[in-house]
Design a protein around this ligand. Structure first.
Ligand code: CDP
Length: 204
């Protein structure tokens, strides 16, 4: 039986941490859909046209997640993500993953609105831009990148604006999504809120 948890929200909101924890707790598979767009962005930075890159994507493109987590690749991802043909090329894979037997958690921008509007649980995870930039700064510094808060905050804001304002599958909360503002929440509290939402849907 399928059971889909859709987790959307802006850059560096903690979607990945919450998704991994929910997947582990319930034994569901997890797909970080941002990695698909990052992989297309990475191929574009290497000189490939984005639509051809999206159509040619293979699991090998996701084999080295660290190479996909750079600021330059994130920026390229949000540029290719505005192209409808790029999104279309990635659609079937995401839909099939969402409805796979045994349950799935997908995190991204349009999971509850476009990829899986029938998802049993929809969360929109957000936090203030400042809090998100601080979280992303810590991750980037821990991974050995040299950057600063001002740069990361500007990147996060410009990516959010591009993601929210694009015509094709813009980032937004589905009408029936539960919004989780994690600005003042620790990881444990945010995960507990997400787990409670899944448990309520499984019982209901
Ligand atoms: O990790 P972070 O939240 O910073 O970004 P991500 O989830 O890895 O996504 C990178 C970029 O891919 C986003 O800024 C979006 O432009 C795009 N994306 C998208 O358009 N749709 C998705 N379902 C997931 C990501």
């Amino acid at each position: 039986m399928s059971f889909t948890v859709a987790i959307d929200g802006p850059a560096a909101a903690g979607k990945g941490t919450i998704s991994r924890a929910v997947a582990a707790r319930f034994g569901f598979a997890h797909l970080d859909t941002g990695l698909l767009y990052r992989a297309v962005g990475r191929r574009m930075l290497a000189g490939e046209p984005p639509i051809a890159a999206a159509e040619a994507l293979t699991p090998d493109d996701l084999a080295d997640p660290d190479a996909l987590r750079t600021a330059a690749v994130a920026e390229a991802a949000s540029k290719v993500a505005v192209i409808p043909e790029v999104r279309a090329a990635l659609l079937d894979f995401q839909r099939a993953f969402a409805r796979r037997a045994g349950g799935a958690v997908l995190d991204g921008r349009d999971i509850g609105t476009v990829i899986c509007p029938e998802a049993e649980v929809k969360l929109f995870v957000t936090a203030s831009a400042e809090v998100r930039a601080e979280r992303r700064l810590k991750e980037l510094l821990a991974a050995g990148f040299e950057t600063d808060l001002g740069t990361v905050l500007a990147d996060v804001k410009s990516r959010d604006a591009r993601d929210a304002e694009r015509a094709s599958a813009p980032m937004r909360a589905a009408d029936d999504a539960l919004t989780l503002d994690t600005s003042a929440m620790g990881v444990a509290e945010a995960v507990a809120a997400a787990v409670a939402a899944v448990e309520a849907a499984r019982v209901g």
